[in-house]
Design a protein around this ligand. Structure first.
Ligand code: F0G
Length: 352
């Protein structure tokens, strides 16, 4: 019988803090494709794969952390979850809360999240509060709320989030048969880079992988506190998902970078948009801008001769392009050709 994927908690139960007895809240997340990128591989002189996290139920990697966070909330008997978000966390929290029968409150920076993500929070029935401030300020509010009121925080400062998200590293090891030489991903609030490092280290310790990869993190130039070496006050980038100046998992991300022998660098918005277009045109994978940051970072590193030739490099592309079609189409002239219902007219317009 074909293997049917059962969601990350059931698939990796022995490596997560849950048991068969728990009521597992799952939408079937994880099990995402690792897709080879031939033209990018050729350009950089390495074997490059993209881990397509936009294939998750709500279209981003957040679902891995949300199945575990919400499963724990249910276990604890809480009824309301709260999060701050640049859009994907709120979409995921809203969906998993709906599935579990919980109330969900989301705080988002006004005017700074993509339309698709906003739609997700709304259709899943979350209470949406827009804040006249940025993500970092939204996170400050929800952290205080969760300390003073009976609401459970499901941002990645909740340790169950990182537990779920580490499973992406397990999958990459399973898919390649070992850890890659280098793993790349975008860095915003820095939960995911921390979760991947934990996952790769656990996979090595458990014997599934013979080594850990170097972790190369990529930020947007206008929102690059790790590159600056300190938090920044007014982050700005077209990649709204990573428009973050004060990452919550600062120390864990620094540890991931340094213990792995990696780095965290920044790329300009124009390079992010070019990499997004390249992934869509060359690989057939449509990602949101933030997700293209690691590809932009990889191409920049290659241009400087810093990519070890023949290395295996995996890049997490974190979110689905359909969430933010406005940004993707902004540089395109969309002039649809209209013809009558007529084969000859179709052939003529196509130059056949
Ligand atoms: N890529 C996408 C598409 C994201 O939505 C995020 C974070 C990141 C990368 C960065 O991951 O924060 O773990 O370093 N989005 C959060 C949100 C902040 O609210 O959806 P990180």
């Amino acid at each position: 019988m074909a293997h049917v994927w059962r969601g990350i908690i059931r698939e990796y139960l022995d490596r997560l803090p849950f048991t068969e007895e728990d009521r597992i809240i799952s939408l079937g997340e994880g099990g995402t494709p690792l897709v080879h990128a031939p033209s990018i591989s050729q350009e950089v002189g390495a074997d490059v794969y993209v881990k397509v996290e936009g294939m998750n139920p709500t279209g981003s990697f957040k679902d891995r952390g949300m199945t575990s966070a919400i499963t724990q909330v249910v276990k604890d008997g809480d009824h309301t979850v709260v999060c701050a978000s640049t859009g994907n966390t709120s979409a995921s929290a809203a969906a998993y809360a709906a599935h579990a029968g919980l109330q969900c409150v989301v705080m988002i920076p006004q005017g700074k999240i993509a339309a698709g993500k906003m739609a997700q929070a709304i259709v899943h029935g979350a209470r949406l509060v827009q804040v006249d401030g940025n993500f970092d300020e939204c996170l400050d509010i929800v952290r205080s709320l969760s300390e003073d009121y009976p609401v459970a925080l499901v941002n990645s400062v909740n340790p169950y989030r990182l537990q779920g998200q580490k499973t992406a590293a397990f999958e990459i090891v399973d898919q390649l048969g070992d850890a890659p030489d280098i793993h790349m991903l975008p860095v915003g609030n820095a939960g995911n880079i921390s979760a991947y490092w934990m996952g790769f280290a656990e996979a090595r310790d458990a014997g599934g992988a013979t080594r850990t990869p170097r972790i190369w993190g990529v930020q947007a130039a206008g929102a690059a506190p790790f590159v600056a070496g300190h938090p920044i006050k007014d982050p700005e980038t077209v990649a709204t998902a990573i428009r973050i100046g004060k990452p919550a998992s600062w120390d864990l991300a620094i540890a991931a970078r340094d213990e792995s022998g990696g780095w965290i660098r920044a790329v300009e918005d124009a390079a992010i948009l070019a990499a997004q277009a390249r992934l869509a045109a060359d690989v057939g994978v449509f990602v949101e801008p933030a997700s293209a940051a690691p590809i932009a970072g990889l191409l920049a590193a290659a241009a400087q001769g810093e990519v070890p030739q023949g290395a295996t490099i995996t890049c997490t592309v974190t979110g689905n392009g359909l969430k933010d079609t406005a940004t993707a189409l902004a540089g395109h002239e969309v002039e649809p050709t209209v013809i009558p219902v007529d084969v000859a007219a179709a052939a003529k317009v196509l130059g056949l």
